[in-house]
Design a protein. Sequence first.
Lengths: 156, 277
Amino acid sequence: MVKYEDRAVITLNINGDVHKVAVHPSDLLLDVLREQLGLTAAKPGCKNGDCGACTIIIDGLPAKSCLVLAVEAENHTILTVEGLKGQSPVQKAFVDANAFQCGYCTSGFLMVCEALRTQYPDLPEEYIIEEWLQSNLCRCTSYKEIRNAVRLMYEQ
Amino acid sequence: MIPFNFAYYRPDSLKAAEKVFSELQAKGQKALYYAGGSEIITMSRSGSIQPDAVIDIKEIPECKGLSIDKAFLHIGSACTLNQISQSKAFPLLGLVCGRIADHTNQCRITLGGNICGTIHYRETTLPLLLSDSNVTLFGPEGERMLPFDRVFDGRINLAPGELLVKVHIPVWALKARHFHIKHTAQEKIDYPLISVAALVKEDFLRIAFSGVCAYPFRSQQIELVLNNKTLSPAQRADMALTLLPCEAIGNYAGSAEYRSFVLKSTLEQLLEEWENG
């Protein structure tokens, strides 16, 4: 049985790299990514699982890192925007479609779209795209451009 | 961040999970079984709860996965809502799971968490109530399997240290005609103003509700009225409203009167779809 009763060193597989970090069992993955590992792409927004700004990908599926304990993420594959290395089709599509204004929500949307592309290599039906994108909020209302970016991502 | 620490245990067997729970309890510590974690994390962050330990059940084999045999579809309590809807194994449950929270959260929220959590809507219980499902529980007294409606009366009644392991859905329900209508106050993704699920067995409409009263319920009295085809859908819906097991709730999403109004039109719509669809 895995047991952490106090601060302990755990191993996380993030963006293909192995990181050892000392965490408390109640530390959230979002905080560990940002404050201990300097991976600040995942943004703290509502910290309540509503806004999606902190979305990352765990084992190919999107996850809101404010609702994941760091200790839970052991033995799983984590991908953050840093792991896209600025060269992925989804990032190019967002640039080409001007799919952001202030940019705070962009990391979360990028990860949702990247996971969508992983799960659906071919353009899925419109209702599936809508269902996935509804997990994230953009208060600058770039939704139309974000939808265009999804389309562009699949065209590339 | 969560403003306090707790211990984290990830057992790989039911016995180990129950043992650590009992040991913590004996030391006077408050332990919670943990799966998707969204409710425990948000409530801990806000200070509503302060567990001393969480026991993560996601690596316990019996709590994982879906399987089907001649009699039942078996779903582990640590299955996520997304796994259930993607499996398409029980279409009504899949529809309900697809309307709880948002898609990303559906990839974390588990069936067990939705049933056993404190948020009172517990919409996944509706298909289980309608399909005569059974549940397996495991606790200090060992394992027991019993009808879901024997342990669920609006909330699940577990013995101290007991956890929900699996639900077992009879195969007839997997192919039965079904309906699910969920109304929210404004946004599509929200807690229900009302959520109505229905399943047809031998031309008899079974129906269960969430959001209407302070707890989810199935009412056989309401079912008898709704199945009386000598009355019009509007007459049956009117009568059903008089048979609610408790007052309709009023909250930020809508007043009790508004809920009743929406429920009536929803029942009419559902009856017309059932009879003419």
